[in-house]
Design a protein around this ligand. Structure first.
Ligand SMILES: [Zn+2]
Ligand SMILES: [Zn+2]
Length: 95
């Protein structure tokens, strides 16, 4: 469980610190590896956040917690979104 208010991982449905309801999944963010040229979804709480799992280099931070966007628009648009995002990221990396 995850408290969006405190940005911490919890085992309870309510946050022990602020008392708010927690969500089931930890938020994810997208980082971009300019070396591998792939977007990488990462959990915000993971220890090696920002490091590319393929090449071990530091990645560019791109977008936080994109999951609600997917949920709202449906899974079928996920591919289009990722494909569009990749084009944007490629231009940002100067490729
Ligand atoms: Zn909290
Ligand atoms: Zn990489």
């Amino acid at each position: 469980m995850w408290c969006r208010n405190c940005n911490i991982e919890l085992k309870d449905k309510k946050c022990l610190i602020c008392g708010r309801d927690t969500v089931e999944d930890v938020p994810v963010e997208i980082d971009w590896c300019c070396n591998c040229q792939v977007p990488v979804l990462q959990e915000i709480s993971q220890a090696d956040k920002g490091i590319c799992p393929r090449c071990g280099r530091k990645m560019k931070y791109m977008s936080a917690d994109i999951r609600p966007v997917f949920l709202k628009r449906g899974c079928c648009l996920r591919y289009c979104l990722v494909a569009g995002l990749m084009n944007v990221l490629k231009s940002r990396c100067g490729l």
